[in-house]
Design a protein around this ligand. Structure first.
Ligand code: DX5
Ligand code: ZN
Length: 214
């Protein structure tokens, strides 16, 4: 089943509550929340306080993408703020297995994100412990960048790795997703599609979400 996850990064930062209400009404499955620390990525967005403040205004699944160095330091805060899934970057964790165990202990869904230059093979030993893998199809840090074409083959490699291991793990793709490339991303094996400007940059959110869902 395909899930569409609008990224709040592309919303009007002065009116996040309304954006959340509008996206839920427009049929979004997940709300993708991009947390940036200004160290792992060259940008700062928002933290657990903002997520906590938005939680009472929606029932959407909170898909929290932590672009943060050593995210183990903050997992408790994001879980308490209302995250449903915590996604950490492979490149940001010295002890990835421990971080995934911490997410499990908090009773949240666990995901690992890979930067464009990181091969899927690094996940071989952690795969059975994950609910989802996030393939970054842009370099993390900013919305509105162009989709990196090599991500399609990377999604295909991950999909066969998951299938060969007999696992059932979601594949999320994030960065530069618009209606025009969504079909190829899904055909490659992705089932959770993040889109920031591809949805929030459009006047009709519901139409943009259904065009991406297909
Ligand atoms: C980038 C973020 C993305 C971003 C996507 O670092 O992880 O979630 O908001 O924005 P678009 O869809 O505009 O590329
Ligand atoms: Zn993201």
């Amino acid at each position: 089943m395909i899930k569409v996850a609008p990224s709040l990064l592309a919303a009007d930062m002065g009116n996040l509550r309304q954006a959340v209400i509008d996206l839920e009404k427009a049929g979004a499955d997940y709300l993708h929340l991009d947390v940036m620390d200004g160290a792992f990525v060259p940008n700062i967005s928002f933290g657990a306080g903002v997520i906590k403040a938005l939680r009472p205004h929606t029932n959407m699944f909170f898909d929290v993408h932590l672009m943060v160095d050593e995210p183990g330091r903050y997992l408790q805060d994001f879980a308490a703020a209302g995250a449903d899934l915590l996604c950490v970057h492979y490149e940001a964790c010295r002890h990835l297995n421990r971080v995934i165990q911490q997410i499990r202990a908090l009773d949240k869904k666990a995901a690992v994100a890979l930067n464009p230059a990181t091969p899927v093979s690094v996940l071989e030993d952690i795969l059975p412990d994950l609910d989802m893998v996030l393939i970054m199809s842009v370099n993390p840090g900013f919305g509105g960048q162009s989709f990196i074409e090599g991500s399609i083959a990377k999604i295909e490699r991950l999909a066969s790795m998951i299938q060969n291991a007999g696992l059932d793990i979601d594949i999320e793709v994030d960065g530069g997703i618009v209606a025009a490339n969504a079909a190829r991303v899904k055909a490659a094996g992705a089932n959770v599609l993040v889109s920031g400007t591809g949805i929030l940059g459009q006047s009709d959110y519901a139409a943009a979400i259904s065009a991406i869902r297909g």
